[in-house]
Design a binder for this molecule. Structure first.
Ligand SMILES: *[C@@H]1O[C@H](CO)[C@@H](O)[C@H](O)[C@H]1NC(C)=O
Length: 130
């Protein structure tokens, strides 16, 4: 009887424990997701080691309050938003998306957008010269 109970509890509790572990770590994976919108690459909450590797803190800084301006990316631009919120509307389509504090974003060269700051923004940015 004893070994049977032991085996039964292993069969039940080990998978249960594994799925609990999975559920615990899953949300973090989702929070670090990278996705693309209209050719723009957005990474949510990149790790500090990735930011260090890119040298983000040494990049020039830009700050801006609420505004709405057309913008044309003459070079590929990578930016890391420290805080704030921006609605990005893509020219030539009805599409828009939002970026904000904690996002690492890469805009492709030649892209035209409307940059609408809805919450004051602080960001670091880096232009890729060819
Ligand atoms: C973006 O705008 C510039 C001029 O402001 C234009 O020359 C270029 O063709 C536009 N690019 C796209 C992809 O619409």
């Amino acid at each position: 009887m004893k070994p049977f109970v032991l085996r039964l509890s292993l069969i039940i509790f080990v998978p249960l424990l594994l799925s609990l572990l999975f559920l615990t770590f899953m949300p973090k994976e989702t929070a670090m997701a990278t996705y693309e919108a209209f050719g723009v690459r957005i990474e949510k909450n990149p790790s500090q080691s990735k930011l260090n590797e890119l040298g983000v803190s040494t990049w020039p800084k830009w700050e801006g309050g609420p505004t709405k301006i057309p913008w044309s990316f003459k070079e590929e631009e990578t930016m890391y938003l420290l805080e704030g919120k921006v609605k990005v509307s893509v020219e030539g389509s009805k599409g828009s998306f939002e970026i904000g504090g904690g996002d690492l974003v890469v805009f492709p060269k030649g892209m035209n957008i409307t940059w609408e700051v809805t919450e004051p923004v602080k960001k670091h940015y880096s232009l890729k010269k060819e």
